[in-house]
Write a protein that binds this ligand. Sequence first.
Ligand SMILES: Cc1cc2nc3c(=O)[nH]c(=O)nc-3n(C[C@H](O)[C@H](O)[C@H](O)COP(=O)(O)OP(=O)(O)OC[C@H]3O[C@@H](n4cnc5c(N)ncnc54)[C@H](O)[C@@H]3O)c2cc1C
Length: 464
Amino acid sequence: MSSSKLRHHEKTYDVVVVGGGPGGLPAAIAAARGGARTLLVEATAALGGAAASGLGVLGFLDRQGNRALGGFAQEFMDRLAAVGGAIGHFPCPVHNSISPVSPDMVKIVAVQMCREAGVDILFNNSMMDAEVVDGTVQAITVFGKLTTTRIQARTFIDGTGDGDLAFAAGARFESGQEGTGEMQPSTLMFTVTGHDLDKFFTYLDDNPAAMGIKEDYAAGYNVDFLRKHRGHCFIGLTDLVAQAQADGDFTIPRNQFITISTPSDRHLAINTSRLTRIDSSDPIELSDGLERGYLQVLELLQFMRTYVPGFESAELSQIAPALGVRETRHFVGDYRLTFEDVDTKAAEHDAVALSGYNIDIHSGTGDGIELEVVDEAFGIPYGCLVPQGVDGLLLSGRTISVDSRVFASARVMGTCMAIGEAAGTAAALALRHNTSVREVDVPTLQAQLVERGAILPQSALQTA
Ligand SMILES: Cc1cc2nc3c(=O)[nH]c(=O)nc-3n(C[C@H](O)[C@H](O)[C@H](O)COP(=O)(O)OP(=O)(O)OC[C@H]3O[C@@H](n4cnc5c(N)ncnc54)[C@H](O)[C@@H]3O)c2cc1C
C-alpha cells in the first residue's frame, strides 16, 4: 500500500496559459476577455516574469520614433502609471525607447487585471507533463505543494520563456543560436538605492569616454541626454570595469556596467551580472547560475561602492524574483521568421504583432554586446505562434518561431506583450468558431487586435 501523501486535483478550462510573464499574462487576459474560461499557471509567487525585475520595457517606439505597440501593452503601462508604477515612454538613441516600470507594481497590477478579466491564477505551480493524443495537447499536469493538478483544456498557451509546455508536448525546437547553439547569457537583476545620480553625471561630464555606446551608433547618447531623460539606460564605465578587473575586484565576464531607471528616483536597476555558458532551461545549470548570480550581486555592490563616483553609499533594495534568462529554446512553427523575410517583408500581411527594437545580442561566451540597427518595426506573422506538428497549443513571448537575429529584436518585453495578446485573442476566437488555433482566420484575428488598439503593419491592415 502506498504511503504517498501526494494530493491530486482535476480541472477543466477552455484556455490554459502557463507562465505569467510578458508573453503569458496578456495571453491569459485576452483569452478571458474573449469569453474563454481561462487559467494562468505560474511557477513563482509573482506575475510579470522579467518585467518584475526592474528592467524597463523596450519596443514601444521603433528607430524612426514610430509607435510599434498599442493594445494590451499600452493599457498595462497606463494601469501601471495610474498607481505610480510607470512614467511613460522615453526616446533613446540606443534602445529607440525605454519605458521604466516598477517591478513590484507590475506584480500587483498584473493580478488586478487578471481578476478583472476573470482569469483564475494558480501560483507556485510548475509544468510537470503534457498529454498529447493524435498530435493534439489534451491536458497538462502541474505540480505545487505536494499536489499534482491535471488540467484539461481546448487550447494551451506556452508563456514559460523556455517553452517548457511545448517541450513537454514534443514540439520541435532548436537551442540557442543557429550553427553554434550558443545562448545569450542569463543575468540576476537587482535594484539599488542610496546613490547620487548628480555626482555620477558630473563624473561622466569629466569622463565622456565613460559613455559606452559611441555617437556613430547612437547620436546624442551623452550625459546631457541622461540628464534630460528621466527614463534611460546607461551603458558604459569600460575603464572603471577594466581597472576593477586588473585589481581582482571584478570577476564577472562583462566589460561594461549597465543601469536602468525605474519610476522611482530613489531606485535604479542594475543589469550587469552575467552568467555565460549556461543553459537555463536545465534545472541544474539554472540553479548553479542563480548561486553565481547572488555572489555577483555582492561583487557588483562592492564595485559600485569602491569604484563608481556617486555610488559610494549604494544599498541593495531588491533582487529579482528569478534569474533573468535571455535565450534557451526556439520552437519551430508553421512559419519561421528569418531576417531575410524581414527585409523583403515576405510575411508582413500575416502579422499579428510588431517588433520595433534593434538586434541586441549579449555574448553567451564573451564579455560584449552586439548591436545592429533595425530601421523600422517589422511584423511577426501568426504562423510563428503555431508550433509545427502539434495542435491545441500556441507559443507566446520569447518561445516563438524566429531565427536568432529576429529573436534578438523580438525578445523584448513590449513585443512579447503584443505576441501574448495575439495568442490569447486567437485562442478565444478558435473557441468561438469551434476551430483549432491552427485554423484561426488571420484577417479576423488582425481585425480584433486592431479593434483593441494593437498596431499592425499597413499590409496586414489591408487584409484585416
Ligand atoms: C537580463 C535581461 C535583460 C533584459 N533586458 C530587457 C530590457 O531592458 N527591456 C526589455 O523589454 N526586455 C529585456 N529583456 C528581454 C525580456 O525580458 C524577455 O525576453 C521577456 O521577458 C520574455 O518574456 P516571456 O514572458 O517569454 O518570459 P519571462 O519574462 O521569462 O516569463 C516567463 C514566466 O513563466 C514562468 N515559468 C517558467 N517556467 C515555468 C513552468 N515550467 N511552469 C510555470 N511557469 C513557468 C516564469 O516564472 C515567468 O513568470 C531582457 C531579458 C533579460 C534576461
